[in-house]
Design a protein around this ligand. Structure first.
Ligand code: FAD
Ligand code: NAD
Length: 467
């Protein structure tokens, strides 16, 4: 039996980053992954492949719709989905190989197989040939992630009624696609196919899209995506989806309670993800899951058994790669006797549509509900010289600051490269900056970042310079 200080089950961004940090701290570390490639959902079927296809489809969209105005004449532009998917697969395999390199470089033992708890200090790995190995470990980190969720009546058959995983590998560009759920996955993957010419029709349960973000973002994104051809059916309750051979038929109840039907070639089910703990044999170590399927953890990310930790999508909180990574580092440092800290309020969220949506801190709705008195500063992207130069004029930056102290409480933006721009706000908030602090920082011209300075000026004294 091999003996380790730490054994990690699952090699997604939570697990593999935890492994690297454990090794850096001198802990003898093993990582177990059931698939033959490392990297988990994020690298194999999540963040990386979706962004690869988003970029390819964005290039195509620009070539068809925007190059002419820039004075670039291109004829017979065609979308070659198979090549886009090949390139995406290449990006994925290079990125996964990079994780294997990092494991080897840090002398982390990698086991391929399903990891299951035998007791609180033993993990059994079963490989595809049925061979088993027992690993004895002082500490165990569960980082088994999540899988796509669905509700009764919309069970994916993975052929025409699909999840994000199949949507990353479609054999053709659909003519029409229904998307159940106007959240992150629905809008990102809907954008990929929408840009390639697919008619996208979203069926959303809530009264707005991206309903957990600040409501201004949902309104602005709806406007932008409608221009791109998206159709939205809000407050619709899906009853059933049927595979009719070459098409799908979706039946829903609209907000008046009337039955409505929608037909398309494919239906993407994107109604959230659920924690994955199948095969872990949690009971053997005295653990269970809560009614949301998550493993309960305390503020130190310890489960009910103190030497067993859990991180990432399998525990409470945002299902995001960077949140899982922070938790991986946190647990490694905790095991090594350090006193790490995570500020969950400052975990940024991004939707990689174009323009991108990004946010950190509290939404206006959250501040209202908490009875906090706040002020709002905002600035439209179209007022920027850079935006006109680049022909990217949609969006805005919105800053929420405490009415008394001027401390920045939330920043929400829909803007080109908002995913990168948001880091200025995260840094400022980490150091508890006021809106005036942000407004007084010199921003390079001409950039999209000037919209942050202007929104901060607007929040400080309603004195934005360029509107
Ligand atoms: P995972 O990445 O899910 O990894 C868990 C790993 O554990 C898997 O490899 C699994 O095979 C393995 N495993 C499970 N059980 C066992 C077992 N018993 N034995 C051995 N191995 C096991 N997040 C972002 O922050 N940004 C994005 O742009 C983004 N885009 C996304 C796009 C899509 C289409 C999807 C689906 C998700 C996206 N996410 C994004 C979410 C992100 O992928 C997850 O939040 C992140 O992967 C969670 O990391 P994790 O380590 O907790 O789990
Ligand atoms: P989500 O929670 O973002 O969106 C799900 C949407 O489905 C919501 O708008 C919800 O109101 C709606 N919905 C729920 N039940 C419904 C029903 N019965 N009928 C119609 N609509 C319904 O979930 P997702 O888009 O599936 O993504 C899953 C997770 O993956 C998210 O937690 C997200 O954080 C993560 N993810 C992140 C990124 C990113 O960071 N850019 C990208 C993709 C996925």
């Amino acid at each position: 039996m091999s003996a380790y200080d730490v054994t990690i089950i699952g090699s997604g961004p939570g697990g593999y980053v935890a492994a690297i940090r454990c090794a850096q701290l001198g802990l003898k570390t093993a990582i177990i992954e059931k698939y033959t490639t490392l990297g988990g959902t994020c690298l194999n079927v999540g963040c990386i492949p979706s962004k690869a296809l988003l970029d390819s489809s964005e290039h195509y969209h620009n070539a068809v719709h925007n190059f002419g105005e820039h004075g670039i004449e291109v004829k017979d532009v065609k979308a070659n989905l198979a090549q886009m998917i090949n390139r995406k697969n290449e990006v994925v395999s290079q990125t996964c190989a990079g994780v294997k390199y990092l494991m080897d470089k840090n002398k982390i033992d990698v086991y391929t197989g399903i990891g299951a708890l035998a007791d609180k200090n033993t993990v059994v790995v079963s490989d595809a040939d049925g061979k088993t190995q027992s690993l004895s470990s002082k500490n165990i980190i569960i980082a088994t992630g999540s899988k796509p969720n669905y509700f009764p009546g919309m069970e994916p058959d993975k052929k025409r009624i699909i999840t994000s995983t199949e949507a990353l590998n479609l054999p053709e560009i659909p003519k029409r696609m229904l998307v159940i759920g106007g959240g992150v996955i629905g809008l990102e993957l809907g954008s990929v196919y929408g840009r390639l010419g697919t008619e996208i029709e979203v069926i959303e349960f809530a009264p707005s899209i991206i309903p957990t973000m600040d409501s201004t973002m949902g309104k602005e994104l709806t406007r932008v995506l409608k221009k791109e051809g998206f159709k939205f059916n809000l407050e619709h309750r899906v009853q059933k989806v049927e595979n009719k051979g070459k098409s799908v038929l979706l039946t829903a109840l609209n907000k008046k309670g009337e039955e409505v039907t929608f037909e398309a070639d494919y239906c993407l089910v994107a109604v959230g993800r659920k924690p994955f703990t199948q095969g872990l044999n949690l009971e053997a170590a005295g653990l269970t899951v809560n009614n949301r399927g998550q493993i309960d953890v305390n503020d130190h990310l310890q489960t009910a058994v103190p030497n067993i930790y859990a991180i990432g999508d399998v525990v409470r909180g945002a299902m995001l790669a960077h949140k899982a990574e922070e938790e991986g580092v946190f647990v490694a440092e905790q095991i090594a006797g350090q006193k790490p800290h995570i500020n969950y309020n400052l975990v940024p969220g991004v939707v990689y549509t174009w323009p991108e949506v990004a946010a950190v801190g509290k939404t206006e709705e959250e501040l209202k509900a908490a009875g906090v008195s706040y002020k709002v500063g905002s600035f439209p992207i179209k007022a920027l010289g850079r935006a006109r130069a680049s022909m990217d004029t949609a969006g805005l930056v919105k800053i929420l600051a405490d009415k008394e102290t001027d401390e920045v409480l939330g920043v929400h933006m829909i803007a080109p490269r908002a995913a990168d721009l948001i880091m200025e706000a995260v840094t400022a908030m980490e150091y508890r900056a006021s809106a005036e602090d942000m407004a007084r920082i010199c921003h390079p011209h001409p950039t999209y970042s000037e919209a942050i300075k202007e929104a901060a000026l607007d929040a400080t004294e309603a004195r934005a310079l360029h509107v």
